[in-house]
Design a binder for this molecule. Structure first.
Ligand SMILES: C[S@@+](CC[C@H](N)C(=O)[O-])C[C@H]1O[C@@H](n2cnc3c(N)ncnc32)[C@H](O)[C@@H]1O
Length: 292
């Protein structure tokens, strides 16, 4: 039996929406209790309504970030779903490299893992790049990982994973090649870490200073948003990609309802999207086309 009142539920759902743009309603009462009850106790809040009041009033330093860490679902693994990484190796990276050969920076790659969680997605992308670009260490490569959860970002920045984390989707050959054995943990080697940066970002806020990217991974995050927020996210994301850029979404996600803005393509059993030029870019963005 839940002890939550309607006021508790409304207050927490409103807070979660305001902080993260994650949609919760009364059907998520079990999540409110499982994710926030210990935080309610440790912050000496009398009830959930009081916890929300404390966060909104900013009276307890760090409490807002703790709530964000608690309400986000950071589930991830190495080479998640596999097929996007096959498409990346065999189709997308070779095509991106080809499209850049005549540009001013043919050896520069910019990739965004939007909602990078604890870093497995970014480092998997780095391993896929290392697989097919033999001299990748001499390239100018940046894999920009962003996530709203400060704890997840800190974990990604450390690049240290326990045995259970390392066992989830990571081939032993990759583990031995790209990680240092620290006994209880495995540390990502510098050759991969040098390519990856991580920072806290809310996808609902403007993408100032982000892009242009050759490839964007935005997987398993928009499923938590309302339909209008999800639409807005992918519309704004088109402006962060180069005209020949590629977008990967989660295996259970599709952009088919967003009209002609995104052109789907099937490669290696993965659906990837390219911006449909005329439809994808805002007039302001098209005016800067010579900078791409
Ligand atoms: C299920 S994980 C997906 C991780 C990775 N992309 C993957 O597919 O394995 C979802 C991530 O989205 C992040 N997230 C949720 N809302 C967000 C928002 N508004 N802005 C940025 N990241 C958000 C969460 O913190 C969480 O780490």
């Amino acid at each position: 039996m839940s002890n939550l009142t309607t006021e508790d539920i409304d207050a927490v759902c409103g807070l979660v929406d305001d902080l993260c743009g994650i949609y919760w309603d009364a059907s998520k009462a079990y999540l409110i209790e499982s994710r926030l009850s210990s935080l309610m106790r440790s912050s000496n809040a009398a009830n959930y309504l009081d916890l929300v009041r404390k966060v909104r009033a900013g009276v307890a330093p760090g409490l807002k970030e703790q709530v964000i860490d608690a309400v986000t679902t950071n589930e991830t693994l190495w080479f998640r779903d596999n097929s996007p990484f096959e498409a990346l190796r065999h189709k997308v990276i070779p095509e991106v490299i080809d499209s850049k050969t005549k540009s001013l920076s043919p050896r520069r790659l910019r990739i965004w893992s939007a909602a990078s969680s604890t870093g497995q997605e970014s480092y998997s992308i780095a391993m896929a790049l290392a697989d097919i670009i033999y001299d990748y260490q001499t390239w100018d490569i940046q894999i920009v990982g962003t996530d709203i959860s400060p704890a997840a970002v800190a974990h990604a920045q450390q690049g240290r994973y326990n045995k259970l984390e390392v066992s989830r989707g990571l081939d032993v050959a990759y583990r031995d090649k790209y990680f240092v054995d620290e006994g209880d943990h495995w540390l990502v080697r510098d050759s991969l870490r040098k390519m990856c940066t991580f920072s806290v970002r809310n996808l609902h806020q403007p993408f100032i200073g982000l892009g242009p990217f050759d490839i964007v991974f935005c997987r398993n995050v928009a499923i938590y948003f309302t339909a209008p927020d999800r639409r807005s996210l992918f519309e704004r994301m088109a402006d962060t990609l180069t005209p020949s850029g590629w977008l990967f979404v989660g295996s259970s996600e599709s952009l088919s309802d967003l009209g002609a803005r995104w052109a789907p393509q099937e490669h290696c059993r993965a659906t990837c999207y390219q911006p449909n030029l005329a439809k994808a870019y805002s007039p302001a963005r098209l005016a800067t086309a010579q900078d791409w």
